[in-house]
Design a protein around this ligand. Sequence first.
Ligand code: GLU
Length: 486
Amino acid sequence: MTIVTRFAPSPTGMLHIGGARTALFNALLAKRHKGTFLLRVEDTDKARSTEEAAQAILEGLGWLGLTPDEAPTFQSENAERHVECALEMIERGKAFKCYATPEELQARRDAGEAKRAEAKADGLSDDAKASLLAEANALLAPYRSPWRDGAAAPRTDAPFTVRLRAPDDGQITVNDGVQGEVSIQTREIDDLILLRADGTPTYMLAVVVDDHDMGVTHVLRGDDHFRNTYRQIPIYQAMEWELPEFAHVPLIHGQDGAKLSKRHGALSTLAYRDMGYLPEAMNAYLLRLGWSHGDQEIFSMDEATEVFDISGLNKAPARLDLEKLGDVNAHFMRAASHERLKALLLPEIAKLTDVTDALESRLDSALPTLKERGTTLLEMAEACRFLWDSNADNLNKKARKALSGDKLTILSDLREALDQSESLGIEAVEAIIDSYCAAHTLSMGQVGPPLRAALTGGLPAPDLAPVIAWLGRDEVLARIDRHLPA
Ligand code: GLU
């Protein structure tokens, strides 16, 4: 059997990270089995769906490299087919026209609520209370239409909805890849509306028809859809279609254990891009957020493709942990090739300063060391600041102290020594500083601070020798001269 999976977002907002994770799982499951990963945009709710949201979802998926194997489909384009299936279910005796009006349905609910309220009144006998509650429960129970057994229309031109005739009795069982086997009583299911009074198909019908028509073999989605499965299975059965495998993954929770919401931080996938996370880090992090394989923490997409399986999906909700995401991102920034990391970093640096050729060549020398710094591209760009900024106008107390009194003599001596050296490579600079310390019986703790303060003004930076080597002679001398008397 060729595996076909799908991601079926509703274009009513951004691609949030929960959706991205669902897409990732589906893409990996298909890849693992050399199957097909499809994307279906569920845009049937015209009032809430927007073209921009659909674009944002595609952009988010594109950023993560989760592009589907075929062009995306749009659910609204299949409406005719949905209607056709509903009519076929009528033919098969599995669905029927229901003439109950919205007003009648509302009146039924209101009557149920009224009975329930009546049952709470003081002074009722237990029997009276029980019988009122029984009436209330019958009125509030999942709706079984009086037309389900083929009663005639009230008038020939009466408007109708098309409803699925809910299974009469017994249980509906979902055999879920994550949740296991879970059943409910069929009486918990109403006669589900398939076509509204205006003839438009409902979401529940559209999902099943599309999944079937697209040949979807595995429906892997968030467990907010778990209960829908009980309503979707009878549609498959009515059409005599084979059921797909279902797997419902628990939603992502915040650090506090509550379901993820905006207050837990930025949730749009693209916001993470803008915060300076790498797509491969995002994938690796989202993968482990709800799935595990042994105790391996970090997977490349290739590694994940080798081993991803439904049995590794966790039953318990995972908690979003931004610190861990930072660690994973740091890992992938270190692992990225120089060219790629530089290409990702330069736009971030360009937000802080003009990127000159000189700066770019400093970055070429420094990046192999500086890529160890920071957990996002933004932090890494900040860690590079000393490459273009001597911070001379912004010295902190410690730097000011290091550039005062007789410490300036040390600075001036070192300037001369550096200026006279043919090479300012890392080793040459180390040798200059060491021999200066030895000749003046000074320690590195005495010699280093004025030089560091002049060069980087208290900004975080690695060892002095590499800093000098990366900045280059002209820049080093210019930075020192700013602090020496003319
Ligand atoms: N369109 C639904 C959503 O965005 C998903 C439906 C499904 O996966 O079956 O929540």
